[in-house]
Every structure is written in C-alpha cells, then in structure tokens.
Design a protein around this ligand. Structure first.
Ligand SMILES: [Zn+2]
Ligand SMILES: [Zn+2]
Length: 319
C-alpha cells in the first residue's frame, strides 16, 4: 500500500509568503560556493543537500491523504484544501473520463477537513462514483450545508458524479475490497475518528485531530487494539508539549505524546502531522528535531526502535 500526502497543515491553509521565500533564497545563497554552481550536477547535488525548509516547503494545504492499496480503488482520507491538487491528478486518469471509483473516509467535518470538496474536479464528472464512509450520522447534510448558496455558488447535487454515503458504526471494523478498516473515536471538539487500515499484513493508522490529555492517558489501554504494531502511524502533533499543556481541550496533541503512545504500542514509524498554521518551515523542522532528541533521550526506557518523520505535502510513503 502507498500513501500520498496532499495536505498536511492543520486548521487553515497556509501559503508561503514572499518574505519567507526571500529568506529561503537569501540563506541558500549564503551557503552556496563557486564549486556548487560549476555544473548542472553540482547545482543539483547542492540543492539536494539542503533541508526542506530551504529547498522547498512542508506544505500549506489542509488535510488530505490518498491511500493506494495493493488491490482495489483509491481511498481518500479527508477533503481539506489538498484534495484540489489530488483532483487535478485524478482527472488525468479514468476519473477524467467519468469511469473513476474512489472511497472517502471522513474523520470529522471541521472546515480544514472538508473545505476542498467544492474544488474537487472529479466530483463534477458524471459517471465517477464516490462512497463516503464515516460514523458521522448526518455527514451528507453537513457537506451539503458547506455548499448552500450563501456560502458557495454551486451546490453538492450540481456536482454530477454519483456520491453515496455509508454510515459506519462508531468503533467498529468493516472490510472494503479485502482491506480491513477500523474506526476509533478520539477526543476532539465535536468528536473525530481515526482509521486503521490493514492490507496484506501491513497496517496504516491515521490519527489526526485527537487530544490525549491526562484523562485520556489514564484510559490509554482502550486504544491498544487501534495502534498495536502499526507499520506507519500518522499522528496529530500540532503543538509543542508546552503548548499542549496551555491548550487543554483545544483538541490536539504534541510530538512527545505521539512518541509515548507509538512506542508503547509497538508502532514502527511515526509521522508527525497537522502542522500548526503559525509555524514556518524552520519551526516545523525544529519540531522534528526536538521529537528525535526526545526519543533518543528516552529510547532505552521505551525499548522502541521507533522511527520518526514529519509529513511533507507531495511525499509518498510505501508500506
Ligand atoms: Zn484539523
Ligand atoms: Zn478538527
């Protein structure tokens, strides 16, 4: 199974501004030597040696992931602003001819997780078929409401693909084309659901918009079957530990809590996700560096060979 990150930012889409691009260019020029520009291959080697915070960006679009299973149809997780680019890519395939079929898992309906829907081109092509899955009872109504005329000129029904809504039972499992999908309710304002996806012995957990405060950590055993031995877990790490202490009930977690939980349940690789909109690329890089040093300080105690990385828009992960 492959996972592609189309949107990794939390709360609100966060485009780079000119000052940030200027600063990246300035710092890159400061690092450059004559040797680095003497040939195309030297330029490429120099650029490839730079951190993402200088040669690119972690990304500004809000939550959207594409899961490409070994078998079966594409699975989309959440429809934040990142789904617009995913839609443009899908239009080059059978979705452009009205022959596409995809399943969409929705964690919850905060705007940053559904705001891309009106701009998802494959929804406009008749013949394409989509099935939304979520334990949210009135999901269709909530998505329609986003597109009432006072908010958007085109309503959901006008987007002429076929869209079906399958209501899942909360904290349950269902099987889709041989893929097991377990949902788990998480603590978040208004509620949010995580998804554990298993195919051919590989497991991917998506856990964004979840708050593990002290009450929740007392109850951590109830999460074991969700996280246990996942190959990859994408986890909400919007806050630093200090921020998470000061933002109780805001609905998000920190990298240190994510590491504690991942190490406890034998997760192999943890991907920090839902980057704070006030963080620039340097700060996001610092979040990853801090997380790695937290793990190395505690490694012996945690007896974990846990790998940690941070979500980058446009990157693909193979499990
Ligand atoms: Zn969110
Ligand atoms: Zn949320």
């Amino acid at each position: 199974m492959k996972i592609k990150f189309w949107g990794v930012r939390g709360s609100i889409p966060t485009p780079l501004d000119s000052n940030e691009i200027y600063d990246k260019l300035k710092e890159t020029l400061d690092l450059m030597t004559l040797h680095d520009v003497k040939s195309d291959s030297a330029k490429k080697a120099f650029l490839d040696s730079l951190p993402i915070s200088l040669r690119g960006t972690y990304g500004g679009n809000s939550t959207c992931l594409q899961v490409i299973p070994d078998s079966g149809d594409t699975i989309i997780i959440d429809c934040g602003s990142g789904i617009k680019k995913l839609g443009n890519e899908l239009m080059k395939t059978e979705f452009g001819r009205g022959e596409g079929n995809a399943n969409i898992l929705i964690t919850h309906t905060h705007w940053d997780h559904i705001q891309g829907i009106p701009f998802f081109m494959p929804f406009f092509v008749p013949g394409n078929r989509f099935t939304f899955y979520s334990p949210i009872k009135d999901l269709k109504k909530r998505i329609e409401y986003q597109q009432i005329f006072t908010h958007f000129p085109v309503n959901l029904d006008y987007m002429s693909s076929t869209k079906e809504f399958a209501e899942l039972e909360g904290d349950s499992e269902f099987v889709l084309n041989g893929i097991s999908i377990i949902n788990k309710r998480f603590r978040h304002p208004g509620g949010s659901f995580g998804y554990r996806i298993e195919e051919n012995g590989k497991t991917f957990c998506f856990t964004s918009d979840c708050e593990f405060n002290l009450d929740e950590l007392d109850n951590i055993g109830s999460y074991e079957s969700f996280f246990r031995n996942a190959d990859v877990c994408v986890f909400d790490a919007q806050y630093t530990f200090d921020e998470s202490v000061n933002k109780i009930d805001w609905g998000h977690s920190s990298a240190s809590i994510a590491i504690d939980i991942a190490a406890r349940f034998g997760v192999k690789k943890l991907i920090l996700f839902h980057h704070d909109p006030d963080y620039n690329d340097k700060k996001i890089e610092q979040v990853l560096a801090n997380a790695k040093s937290y793990l190395s300080v505690n490694k012996e105690k945690k007896r974990s060979d846990l790998e940690i990385d941070i979500a980058i828009e446009g990157s693909i992960l193979e499990i």
